[in-house]
Design a protein. Structure first.
Length: 463
């Protein structure tokens, strides 16, 4: 709570410093009529003072928040009697420290508190209070020091705009680097764990094996734990469900985009397009319930009436509902691409005597084709990464089949299954999830690169 309040105080100080710096710049230039003598606009002087008053204080606050708990914990462990910690593992010491903190904050402890634990809790309360007071004093002192430095630097010829823009550019570069490094860290973590998996299971078995049974036998006589890691059934199930979804989403989404952009009136478009895009805001778990409780039983009863054997959890049900979910995605992207086609192409086609349907088929759609293909490939990536609908409607059985009436599973579902519950991250069963994640990442990245390449290659033909 005190950290949040301190953050609010810093933001308020920045707002006040902005007004102070702006007012001083105006007064230094001789009032509003003398603003023309300033190097920069008064707002830049205000932003310069605000940055000096807030940015160092914010950096100090973030560093303090990141180090305070670690420093206090280290001091707490060092202050414990040697006989309490000499025979304890790192995990047991962590539990002891957690009990001390809970006792100090009024929480629940795992047992009766000994006098040594009570004394440690009292020290923890005292050190926490000192740290809170020191944080307030130091952060506010740094804010005032920054305000003072900026205040004395202000002058009519001071290049405030250059300094502010350089600072903003540095912040943008920092945040961009954080985003890039975060992505790189995710990829490397998945890659390293996947390499550990391939040290236990050959990559040829993983990529070309036709049996998926990641249960590892814990003892010699255990039955049903073969430890087969052939991922071909998972890839097949993923492609089957994604293909069904695309067969539904692409025609409906593309035709709806053509109608809304070329045939519909403004009034109809004003309410039908937002209504269609409401589907994109529905949580996927709701689609899963709809698939499991409505679509799957309906398809099973329909199949029985036609003499077909339809599983209670089938790829057809999951793919159909997933296609409904992706319709707004395809429709919205296609509509934006079609509307981006220059009106001059339409006018030229009409001037040559073409009808509206001929113009759409021979001019507009070919011109918009790169964007449409890119949107479809992005929709395929969205379908491949879907989890909840498959879990609730397609099942968990890793069947190697191309029959949409049977139960199948996908890569994402198996990742969730392997990482659910308490797992050891040094077994092939758990590490298989990282190998599946790496494969899924490579596939979606390839589709996105292809989509980007298609858009860039053909876009200039119609600009």
């Amino acid at each position: 709570m005190s950290q949040t309040l301190l953050l609010v105080v810093i933001l308020a100080a920045m707002a006040l410093a902005f007004q102070v710096g702006r007012g001083r710049a105006i007064r230094t230039a001789g009032g509003p009529t003398g603003i023309k003598h300033l190097h920069s606009l008064p707002a830049y002087y205000g932003w310069y003072v605000a940055i000096w008053a807030g940015l160092p204080a914010l950096l100090l606050l973030l560093a303090w928040i990141g180090l305070e708990e670690r420093v206090i914990t280290a001091m707490l462990v060092q202050g414990l009697p040697a006989q309490m910690t000499q025979d304890l593992s790192a995990g047991r010491i962590g539990l002891l420290v957690n009990d001390i903190k809970n006792l100090a904050t009024g929480g629940i402890t795992s047992g009766d508190a000994t006098p040594a634990v009570q004394a440690a809790a009292e020290r923890y309360r005292r050190w926490t209070g000192i740290a809170d007071a020191a944080r307030w004093v130091l952060v506010l002192a740094v804010a005032l020091a920054g305000l003072s430095v900026a205040w004395w630097r202000l002058a009519p010829d001071f290049r405030a705009r250059n300094r502010v823009e350089s600072t903003v550019l540095g912040i943008l570069v920092l945040f961009s680097s954080i985003a890039i490094l975060t992505t790189l860290g995710i990829v490397l973590s998945v890659l390293f764990e996947s390499l550990r998996f391939f040290q236990r299971v050959p990559w040829t078995e993983f990529l070309f094996g036709t049996e998926w049974s990641p249960q590892i036998a814990l003892r010699a006589d255990q039955v049903g734990a073969t430890g087969a890691f052939g991922a071909v059934p998972l890839f097949t199930g993923t492609l089957l469900i994604s293909a069904i979804a695309m067969l539904i989403a692409v025609p409906i989404g593309l035709l709806s985009a053509v109608y809304l952009s070329e045939y519909a009136s403004r009034r109809l478009r004003a309410w039908s397009k937002p209504t269609l895009e409401v589907l994109a805001g529905i949580p996927t778990v709701v689609y899963g319930f709809f698939a499991a409780l409505t679509v799957a039983p309906f398809m099973r009863e329909l199949g029985e009436s036609m003499g077909l054997d339809v599983a209670s959890e089938s790829a057809l049900a999951a793919g159909a509902v997933m296609g409904i979910m992706i319709i707004p995605f395809v429709s919205s992207l296609s509509d934006d691409v079609i509307n981006a086609v220059p009106q001059s192409l339409r006018d030229g086609s009409y001037a040559l005597g073409a009808t509206q349907s001929e113009t759409i088929r021979r001019v507009i759609l070919p011109a918009a084709l790169p964007g449409i293909v890119g949107g479809v490939l992005l929709a395929i990536s969205r379908a491949i990464g879907e989890t909840m609908i498959v879990v609730m409607a397609a099942g968990l059985a890793a069947n190697l089949t191309a029959n949409p009436l049977e139960s199948v599973t996908t890569v994402t579902v198996q990742i969730v299954t392997l990482l659910t519950g308490d797992q050891e991250f040094d077994s092939a069963k758990t590490l298989a999830a990282f190998a599946l994640g790496l494969t899924l990442f490579a596939v979606t990245l390839t589709l996105n690169v292809i989509a980007l390449h298609i858009v860039r290659k053909y876009r200039e033909q119609y600009e």
